[in-house]
Ligand binder design. Structure first.
Ligand code: ATR
Length: 286
């Protein structure tokens, strides 16, 4: 594989992309490992993304992350995919190899590695899990839970058809349920995952009765602004284990960085504190 000389340039491509915390993460690791590299934000509009990706080499980037709404376009543009990207039809990591654009999906790794780091026992005898929401984040998370052997993943979504689409994609271990029936489906469950935007700063809280969850259940939220969402606060008050969503963001960056720069970076407490300080400085966390 031929490597360009000079600064190795990477970026996150999205629309919008100004809010992305990924530059902070990757530039921290670049400095930590003394790598002559850069990681920028690149806003590419939906009507320009296909041409941009078709001509990726002209961008001067060695690789890139891709975020909303371009993950499916990145999937179509890549000529080869890792198994997770193939299963999801979505790519969040691109890189060039001998002039060919290749794609992977590290969102599933981010979700699983975050839980592994925070609650190592979380997937022991994981009979049933409940996922709230059925968007892109839920698709990655449902796939991840099935890959770890979950016997059944109940998906509750306001728009039931989207939960049914996940069942159609992943099979009968996925059980779609109506949003209003969800409280009755928590019975004895050991894992509850929120992927909806409820609880995010500026959105209504996710207000559900957690009393029927198993006493050793883990509750986790893909939302990380605020870090402690109303859902996590209620779970904590009940004595349940909670895992916030910031770790998912940090961990999904690991395989991308390793792919581009050849070093597997660590998610350290220092990096987490840096991300929190940045969110506070931008007025997103108090
Ligand atoms: P992502 O790709 O980040 O998962 P998304 O596709 O916009 O984002 O999905 C957001 C999720 O939050 C969806 O499951 C959405 O439900 P719908 O599929 O019915 O839109 C859910 N959501 C957003 N606002 C909600 C609300 N007020 N009540 C319940 N669910 C809500």
């Amino acid at each position: 594989m031929t490597r360009p000389v000079g600064t190795l340039r990477s970026a996150i491509i999205g629309f919008p992309v100004a809010h992305s915390r990924s530059p902070l993460i990757h530039n921290y690791w670049l400095a930590q490992h003394g790598i002559d590299g850069s990681y920028d934000r690149m806003e590419v509009a939906p009507d320009a993304i296909e041409a941009f990706l078709a001509n990726f080499e002209a961008s001067g980037l060695i690789g890139a992350n891709v975020t909303v709404p371009h993950k499916e376009a990145a999937f179509r543009a890549a000529v080869e995919h890792d198994p997770v990207a193939l299963a999801l039809g979505a790519v969040n990591t691109l890189w060039l190899e001998d002039g060919r654009l290749l794609g992977a999906n590290t969102d599933v790794h981010g979700f699983l590695a975050n839980l592994d780091a925070a609650e190592p026992e979380w997937d022991r005898a994981l009979d049933e899990a409940v996922v709230l929401g059925a968007g892109g984040a839920a698709r990655a998370i449902v796939y991840g839970l099935l890959s770890r052997g979950a016997g059944r993943v109940t998906v509750a979504n306001r728009t039931r058809a989207r939960a049914e689409a996940l069942q159609a994609q992943f099979g009968d271990r996925v059980l779609p349920v109506d949003w209003r029936d969800m409280p009755g489906r928590l019975n004895g469950n050991r894992l509850l995952v929120n992927t909806t935007s409820l609880g995010m700063k500026g959105q209504p809280p996710l207000d559900i009765d957690l009393s029927s969850l198993s006493p050793d259940a883990v509750v986790t939220d893909a939302v990380y602004v605020p870090l402690q969402t109303p859902l996590l606060a209620v779970a904590k008050a009940r004595g349940l284990k909670t895992v916030d969503g910031l770790g998912m963001l940090l961990h999904q960056a690991v395989p991308s960085f390793e792919r581009w720069f050849g070093v597997r970076p660590q998610v350290t407490p220092e990096l987490r504190e840096l991300a929190i300080a940045d969110l506070k400085a931008k007025g997103q966390l108090s």
